[in-house]
Design a protein. Structure first.
Length: 452
């Protein structure tokens, strides 16, 4: 709708050598302004700009946001539309110069230690240790790190002025570990896993997603109730590994249930029997269900008893945000609720994956192919986990059901019917429905098997 205006803004901005990020912000703010005013762009007046900015101020927008809008509108008026601008009529808001809240060294170390991704850990440590902006750290190159002088060369900083900053030994050690373990990048120090270029620092959340997250965090009762809860935290930390191992073992146990007759050349006898095509098939399905249920719950309950018996059951009512790994979670649940959710998700994930494995066994008459199903569903997604554009799709795969205690710490958001929801309720409902669909499919496929 405003394509010509945006092109004019870009042309005028590029003449003045403005940064790409500045141009994008100008276009975004101008678009918002024009939609709010609802007038033809060539009918705009200075009073329109004043009324818009006054409305934003009365809405409680910060001086920084107000002045961002004002700068973009001023650029539109003066440089594109050639409308006379009066700073007295449309003044900038005076910003408050409050001292910032500074995290302690222990708090920073806790954040760094709680960051599982080595690249992200190195980025955070470099920003804190050397005093870099996000836009500066993502544009660092391998050659900018000087081991000899223990400095970092920061290029084209704010105001397009290069500078040198300090490099601590601890930060250098972490950067060295990252460099060796993450592909030894020779050009961009922190390249995008998807494009190989600079990391994108654009806002990754839509307006609706931001409102959802703010609402979720506002519902949290603070200050948090806190007590010793190492038992629950250890239980939830290692539960995904136990569940994945269980699914792989159960894959070997149930994959042959629907293929044994064919491999033993006894299918003609089985299907010729009086009950071979009805009750026997139901018996096979019940056997698979009972094996999965008994082994899963037996193992997980024993695991829970051992861990909680050793470390104690205290802290069940602590919010998951009290743990280092869960401090950023937007789910308003306690450690006990997280445990029940994790156990239920693991059971549902096991049922779906292993029933799908049995369906492959019934369809192909091959135990070998059926056994590979759990391996594919559990391990293939990890090969694509570094590709940011696939993150939302990967967040809905069945392996996430076995990792609910970790998934609650992720910002996987989806919009369904105009409403933003987290990934956990979606995958729980989705795979319950898919599991219910698999059962009649499994029965039908095996019942229609031909005798060879």
């Amino acid at each position: 709708m405003y394509k010509d205006i945006f092109e004019s803004i870009r042309n005028e901005a590029e003449k003045r050598n403005l940064r790409e990020r500045t141009i994008q912000l100008y276009c975004s703010d101008v678009s918002y302004f024009l939609r709010w005013i609802g007038k033809n762009v060539f009918d705009l007046t200075l009073e329109d700009a004043e009324s818009f900015l006054t409305a934003k101020r009365l809405e409680g927008r910060s001086p920084e946001t107000h002045n961002h809008y004002r700068s973009a509108i001023k650029f539109l008026y003066k440089k594109v539309l050639k409308i006379l601008w009066d700073d007295d009529t449309v003044p900038a808001m005076k910003r408050e110069r409050n001292l910032p809240a500074v995290l302690s060294r222990d708090e920073i170390n806790a954040i760094i230690d709680a960051t599982p991704n080595l690249k992200h850990k190195a980025i955070i440590a470099t920003m804190y240790s050397s005093g870099l902006r996000v836009s500066e750290v993502v544009h660092l190159h391998y050659d900018d790190i000087s081991r000899t002088n223990m400095t970092i060369h920061v290029r084209e900083t704010k105001g397009r002025i290069d500078r040198y900053t300090i490099l601590s030994q601890k930060n250098l050690d972490l950067l060295t570990e990252y460099w060796y373990k993450c592909g030894r990048p020779k050009d961009i120090l922190f390249p995008s896993s998807w494009s190989g270029g600079y990391l994108d620092i654009k806002d990754n959340f839509s307006k609706d997603e931001k409102e959802f997250l703010i609402a979720q965090y506002n519902e949290l009762e603070t200050p948090f109730y806190y007590e010793y809860s190492d038992g629950w935290k250890a239980l939830l930390e290692y539960a995904p590994s136990i569940m994945m191992l269980l699914v792989l073992i159960l894959g070997f146990l149930v994959s042959s249930i629907f293929s044994n007759e064919f491999q033993l050349k006894a299918d003609s006898i089985f299907f010729s029997a009086k009950l071979g095509r009805n009750k026997a098939i139901n018996a096979k399905m019940r056997a698979g269900f009972l094996i999965i249920t008994a082994v899963y719950w037996g193992t997980m309950l024993i695991y829970s008893a051992v861990v909680l018996g050793s470390l104690g059951t205290d802290g069940a009512n602590c919010m998951i945000q009290t743990g280092l790994g869960g401090w950023k979670s937007f789910y308003n649940i306690t450690c006990l609720q997280d445990y029940f959710l994790t156990m239920a998700g693991g059971y549902l994930g096991s049922l779906f994956i292993l029933t799908l494995s049995m369906l492959v066994s019934a369809k192909t008459h091959s135990t070998t192919l059926a056994v590979t199903v759990p391996f594919i569903l559990l391990f293939i997604p990890s090969f694509f986990s570094g590709i940011s554009v696939l993150s939302k799709g990967l967040g809905l795969l069945p392996d996430q059901l076995l990792q609910v205690s970790q998934a609650v710490n992720l910002f996987n958001l989806y919009k369904i019917g105009g409403k933003v929801v987290g990934a956990i309720p979606i995958i729980m409902i989705l795979y319950f429905i898919l599991y219910c669909i698999l059962l009649p499919m499994l029965y039908s496929v095996y019942q229609k098997a031909e005798i060879k």
